[in-house]
Structures are given as structure tokens and as C-alpha cells.
Design a protein around this ligand. Structure first.
Ligand SMILES: [Zn+2]
Length: 121
């Protein structure tokens, strides 16, 4: 049995993340501060409905924000949680802007789209 010339040695001491390369235009639809951004597109409305839905379904404890990508290929979302810490641990990640993001979204999402109504069923 021979060795492959493509053998990669892994160690469990390092973590690496790899992201898919996107050739198309990259757009931010809802930033990590919870504010919808860019043009008022169909994709942005869907992202806003996901933020709204996640907030409602979590009992207003968290919200998915920071949605960006190319059309329906979205990357690097953040979770904003009502409580920022649990004991000494920061919940989710350093990008968790907690109630700042949640309250910003509520302030800026003044009108639900068709997609919000679909998720309420
Ligand atoms: Zn809504």
C-alpha cells in the first residue's frame, strides 16, 4: 500500500475555517448592528423576515443578524442575544451586539413584508 502525494497532516491543536469564493457581487442585507442595509430587494426582505422570525420564535431571546452574501448564498451570520453573558462566558461570539442589535432591528423594521407573514403561519 503506497502513500498518496496529497496526504495532509492534521493536528487537533489548530482550527481552520475555509470559505467558498464568491465571484458575484457581495451584498450586506442586515448588518450586525441589526440595521437593514443596501437597496430594498427581495433578498433583503427575506433576510429581514428571518431576523424577525428568529426573534419571535426564540421568545424574544435572540435574533439572527449580519446576513450578507450573493443573492441567496448567505455567509457569516451573527446571533444577537438578549443576555450577553452566561456566567463568565460571552454567548455566541464577539460579534454578539446583544440588545443594541435587537433594538436597532425593531426600530428599523417598521413594516413586515409578505415573507414575514408567511413565517407566522
Ligand atoms: Zn417582520
Amino acid at each position: 500500500m503506497g502513500k498518496s502525494s496529497h496526504t495532509i497532516k492534521y493536528t487537533w491543536e489548530e482550527w481552520v475555517t475555509i470559505e467558498e469564493h464568491i465571484d458575484e457581487e457581495f451584498t450586506k442585507y442586515v448588518n450586525k448592528s441589526g440595521i437593514p442595509c443596501g437597496v430594498d430587494s427581495d433578498v433583503r426582505k427575506k433576510c429581514e423576515s428571518l431576523a424577525h422570525f428568529s426573534h419571535e420564535r426564540s421568545g424574544e431571546n435572540l435574533m439572527v443578524v449580519d446576513m450578507q452574501g450573493s443573492v441567496h448564498s448567505l455567509f457569516n451570520p451573527e446571533i444577537a442575544s438578549k443576555e450577553l453573558v452566561d456566567g463568565e462566558e460571552v454567548l455566541f461570539s464577539i460579534g454578539n451586539l446583544s440588545l443594541t442589535a435587537i433594538n436597532n432591528f425593531i426600530e428599523h423594521h417598521t413594516e413586515c413584508s409578505f415573507y414575514c407573514t408567511l413565517l407566522r403561519r
